[in-house]
Design a protein around this ligand. Structure first.
Ligand code: ATP
Ligand code: TZP
Ligand code: MG
Ligand code: MG
Length: 265
């Protein structure tokens, strides 16, 4: 059975501590996919919520000290209870504060997966890559090598997104090449994707790399179909159609359109 089918069958609870820009879109995207979003950041409850969830997704998009403390608590609870843990290090490298907070989270938590744009992952891996706020800037370097390096350093699955997405556990690497550039015109498509990865990891039964790769490829297929349906219109129509396709893309549609490639070692 595909991981997509398993998500829809299990309807996993996904605990999100995320930013103020994308919370609503993330919750709606998870619902559309077939998962069950739970946004909770109060320090009094994050450990309980993490422990009862299928995955915990931390996102540093709009930071404050209280949120960081809650992220550490939630992440540690996820680690204690064997709950998959995803980090989206939004803007790591863009300001010293974001870089420091990312390093602190990585020091205190064992991630299952890290998902970011190339500038964010380069920063985590100790390499330099230009960023423009929360977006990746121009840079030079081999993205596959970077993903491998970061995965080995963090001992988790690392996902670098862009025109093509790289998914690596440091030993094996997939490239997912579905998708559409209009995704870059809707804020939060990266953040929602990190939460979708959480939903797939929740049903992965230990096959973290394969589940993450399918999440990326599925997301790209949904975006392609949505872009076709919203052709000639703007990002607003695309956003609505994208939510629709997160529901409407079946495992059969997915497998007929997926372009997911496992690289030779
Ligand atoms: P950034 O802030 O740099 O845009 P992000 O966190 O929003 O980063 P993205 O890299 O934009 O994350 O990835 C979000 C989704 O958009 C992924 O599914 C990715 O494949 C897709 N995507 C990003 N850029 C392109 C592109 N140029 N063409 C096709 N798909 C893209
Ligand atoms: N500013 C702080 S967080 C955020 C913005 C615009 C959302 C970023 O979302 P994404 O998914 O990285 O585009
Ligand atoms: Mg983007
Ligand atoms: Mg992002």
């Amino acid at each position: 059975m595909s991981f997509l089918s398993k998500v829809r069958q299990a309807n996993p609870l996904v605990h999100n501590i995320t930013n103020i820009v994308v919370a609503n879109f993330t919750a709606n995207g998870l619902l559309a996919l077939g998962a069950s979003p739970f946004m909770a950041d109060a320090p009094e409850e994050v450990e309980d919520v993490a422990a009862m969830s299928g995955a915990v997704v931390l996102n540093i998009g709009t930071l404050n000290e209280a949120a960081i403390a809650s992220m550490v608590k939630a992440g540690q609870a996820a680690n204690r209870h064997g709950v998959p843990l995803v980090l989206d290090p939004v803007g790591a490298g863009a300001t010293p504060y974001r870089t420091e907070v990312t390093a602190k989270l990585l020091g205190e938590l064992q991630l299952t997966a890290l998902r970011g744009n190339v500038a964010e992952v380069a920063n985590v891996a100790g390499e330099s890559w230009a960023s423009k706020g929360v977006d990746a800037g121009a840079g030079e370097g081999d993205v596959i090598t970077l993903a491998n390096k970061a995965a080995r350093k963090l001992n988790c699955v690392v996902i670098i997104t862009g025109k093509e997405d790289i998914i690596s556990n440091g030993t094996r690497t997939y490239i997912a090449s579905n998708g559409h550039s209009i995704l870059t015109k809707v804020t939060g498509t990266g953040c929602l994707l990190s939460a979708v990865v959480g939903a797939f990891l929740a049903v992965s039964s230990g096959h973290m790399l394969e589940a993450a790769a399918e999440a990326l490829s599925f997301y790209g297929v949904a975006a392609e179909i949505a872009a076709d349906a919203a052709e000639g219109q703007g990002p607003g129509s695309f956003q609505v159609e994208f939510l629709n396709q997160l529901t409407l893309v079946t495992p059969d549609i997915y497998s007929s359109r997926s372009r997911l490639q496992l690289l030779e070692p």
